[in-house]
Structure formats: C-alpha cells, structure tokens
Design a protein around this ligand. Structure first.
Ligand code: ZN
Length: 349
C-alpha cells in the first residue's frame, strides 16, 4: 500500500443550492414518496444547465476545502435510489405502494417492481463524463446497493428478496463496468440498510454485493453503510449490527468500507474486524450544524489508526451532507481536511 495516510473524501451527496431545489426537511409529509422529493426550481434545459452549474459549484467547494477524492454531490438526484432504479426496466413509480422499510423504522410510499429488472441504457455515465471534464481530482461515483433497492421497493415480480437483489446487482454491474472503463476512481454502492438487516447481510448480502463488482478492475469499489439520514420525528436507533456486518464484509471483494463513527459513537476497535479493507472513517455528523473541531477529528483518526494502518484509513463524513446548509457543509469539509492534516503531522507522515 502506497496510499497517503488519512486521504480525505466525501460520502456522496452534498447540499443543493436553494436556486436549484426547494429546501425541505427530509421527512416532510407529502414528499415521502420515494423518487418524488423536493421540487426543482426550474425545468427542462434550464434545469439541466442549473444542475451542471451546481455540480461545478460543489466540485469547486470540495476542491477549495482540499478534499482528495471528490463527487458530484448527487446534484442531479432527488433520491439516491430512484434516480438510478427509475432508469432501469422493471420498476414502476407511477402507482406506488405502502411498505415498512429499514426494518420497520419507516412506513414509506415506495415504487413497485413489476417485471424483470434490466439495464437497457447507460444511467450515470454522462454524469461521470461531466465530472471528469470538470475536475482533475480522483472522482467517486455512487450507485444504490441492491439490498437497499429491494428494501425501498414493493416486489410484485420476484417473490424472493435474494433473487430480486441478484437481478438488481446484474444491472448495476453492467453500469459499474462502464463507469470503470470511463475512469471513475471509486465506484461506491450505498447500502445503508446493511445496518438494519445484519442477518440478511450474512445470508445473501455479500454474495449480491460481490455480484455488483464483477469485472470492475481499475476503480476502487466501495460500500457505504449507515443508520440513514437523521429525520425529524423518525427514530434512528443505533443497533449493534456492525460486528456482524464487518466480519461479513471482510470476506467480500469490496475494497473500501464507508462507515459512520461520529454520530453513532461506535468503537473504532471494530476496525479490527476488517483488516484487509480501506475504511472511510466517518468523523463528521450530518445531523448537526455544529462544526467538528479539527483537533477532535484528528484524535478520532489517530484512535482509528490504533486498529488499522493509517494508509487504510480515509477521513470522511458519516454520510452524505445533503441535510445541511451549503455553508455548514463547507465548514465541515474544511474541518475534515484540517483534522486529517493534523493527524498526519502527529504521525510524522
Ligand atoms: Zn448514509
């Protein structure tokens, strides 16, 4: 491993400018339908041009903060799930269904799977091309993980979660191979629901995740796991699932794990369960406006480095920063970079 200690990165989503999309709390009642979300301020070509500019702006912000591995902030996405699944065959978001999701954390209005899942056309390829043309920095691109897609969908076709998930994985794998060929530095699958279903992770989650990665040989592959966005009025139980999940993930082919350690207060000793992985160590909370002190971030990173070589630790937020204001997110990214720098100095690297 020749990686620098404590590289900095983002998880995926970043706040959107208020001129791009109305700003609503994540749990606003009539916007709960998966794939709807807050309204765009513009439409058609105006919207597309505004999204392009929003991507340029977040790349600028991440670059100015000094983030090493950047993303487009998911500025084009209302939902990290349906932006992708809505472009696959087999999903219907016109007639939705009610479903308990996230292990009964949330009763949601979800789309339905009504036929075989297939990828007939590229999904985020153009989005990646745009980012690559706008920045010299290594770029991460995100896709929803199959277990999270299954949890977020009413299945009326497969009748078996593993089978449904394998079909989603095959479609996402076709996409991931193209993103790999285009030059993504990191291809990340977002699987927040892993933390809610440790027994499913063991049963079929790793098999399905590995299916997503077949033939991806240039880009690093990553999986993001968390306890979901903080939402007003919705409990966010921190269940003790990481020991099971991490032991399972150690057996997978995935290169990198994005894990939340800040808001969850999980013990960094858990990193001993995944000695072969690079870990995006979450040390920024997306549920509070209080900006973490670089000193505190450095301490957390150094505590993590007691359990995993620092070259295998990246400094990252717990989760996407979309719930925050742009100013708070900028300040948190600057603190993250300063904290990582401080931690490197202390280690003499
Ligand atoms: Zn997350």
């Amino acid at each position: 491993m020749t990686e620098q200690a404590f590289l900095t990165t983002v998880v995926g989503s970043m706040p959107k400018p208020t001129w791009l999309q109305e700003k609503l709390p994540l749990n606003t009642d009539n916007k709960q339908v998966h794939g709807k979300g807050a309204d765009w301020r513009l439409s058609d070509e105006d919207l597309e041009a505004a999204q392009d500019d929003a991507v340029r702006l977040t790349l600028h912000d991440q670059g100015r903060a000094g983030i090493d591995i950047v993303s487009d902030g998911e500025q084009r996405r209302k939902s990290y799930v349906t932006y992708v699944t809505g472009r696959l065959e087999g999903f219907d978001y016109q007639t939705t269904a009610k479903k308990w999701t996230r292990n009964r954390r949330r009763l949601a209005e979800v789309g339905r799977c009504t036929g075989p899942v297939e990828r007939r056309a590229p999904i985020v390829d153009d989005d990646l091309r745009f980012i690559l043309a706008e920045t010299e920095r290594p770029t991460k691109i995100t896709l929803p993980g199959p277990m999270t897609v299954v949890d977020s969908t009413a299945d009326e076709h497969y009748g078996d979660e593993r089978e449904f998930a394998l079909a989603v994985a095959a479609a996402l794998n076709a996409e991931a191979r193209e993103l790999d060929a285009l030059g993504a530095a990191v291809i990340q699958f977002d699987e927040p629901v892993f933390s809610r279903y440790p027994e499913k992770v063991a049963d079929w989650g790793i098999e399905v995740l590995d299916r997503c990665l077949e033939g991806v040989d240039q880009a690093k592959t990553a999986v993001h796991i968390c306890y979901s966005y903080p939402m007003p009025g919705v409990p966010r139980p921190i269940v003790d699932s990481y020991p099971v999940i991490l032991a399972q993930l150690e057996k997978s082919k995935i290169d990198q794990l994005s894990l939340e350690f800040e808001a969850s207060k999980l013990d960094p000793e858990l990193l001993r369960l995944c000695p072969s992985k690079t870990v995006m160590f979450g040390c920024i909370d997306n549920g509070t406006d209080a900006v973490e002190a670089p000193e505190q971030i450095a301490e957390k990173l150094l505590a993590a480095a007691q359990h995993l070589p620092p070259e295998q630790i990246q400094a990252a937020p717990d989760c996407g920063l979309v719930p925050l204001s742009m100013d708070v997110a900028r300040a948190k990214l600057r603190a993250l970079v300063a904290g990582a720098e401080l931690a490197r100095q202390r280690l003499g690297r």
